[in-house]
Design a protein around this ligand. Structure first.
Ligand code: MG
Length: 174
């Protein structure tokens, strides 16, 4: 069996006026958007933190500091491709991931497939390795009052199998 690692990510962003709502790289029409230094894609941030966590590589705050002007308005899908290349260089690949978005509004069901397509494309894996779900918290707490949106993600990474090295054929002296 391949060597595996599990990781968990959790993120929250505040909802605000005059901001775009981007989840899993999908721009979703809504009267409020997410506030943050980057594009505030809370789902993609949870996915990246899960991947980094699986390899004990810290969190996105260390890799992409919000004090760094290079990440102002950053496209989080671009940052995800960077994290993907990092885990690839370390010899790991996505086994699967499962994420849940906690949001009172808007309805996210029509956008879930596009989020999965975007994430699987950035991660270079199959659509069936990427699960995204959404739920409300029944008008309870900060997601219920539409103050913010939260996302959780767990990811399983698998060690890549190195290609078998062929030994050169031995020449047996006659
Ligand atoms: Mg974040």
């Amino acid at each position: 069996m391949a060597e595996i690692r599990i990781g968990h990510g959790y993120d929250v962003h505040r909802l605000a006026e005059d901001r775009r709502l981007i989840l899993g790289g999908v721009l979703i029409p809504h009267r409020l958007g997410l506030l943050g230094h980057s594009d505030a894609d809370v789902l993609t941030h949870a996915v990246m933190d899960a991947m980094l966590g699986a390899l004990a590589l810290g969190d996105i705050g260390q890799h992409f500091p919000d004090t760094d002007p290079r990440y102002a308005g950053a496209d989080s899908m671009q940052l995800l491709r960077h994290v993907q290349s990092l885990i690839t260089r370390k010899g790991w690949k996505i086994g699967n991931l499962d994420a849940t978005i906690l949001a009172q509004a808007p309805k996210l069901a029509p956008h879930i497939l596009q989020m999965r397509l975007n994430l699987s494309a950035a991660l270079g894996c199959e659509l069936n390795q990427v699960s995204v779900k959404a739920t409300t918290e029944e008008k309870l707490g900060f997601t219920g009052s539409e103050e913010g949106i939260a996302a959780h993600c767990v990811v399983l990474l698998e060690r890549m199998q190195l290609p078998l090295r062929r030994e050169p054929a031995k020449v047996v002296p006659l």
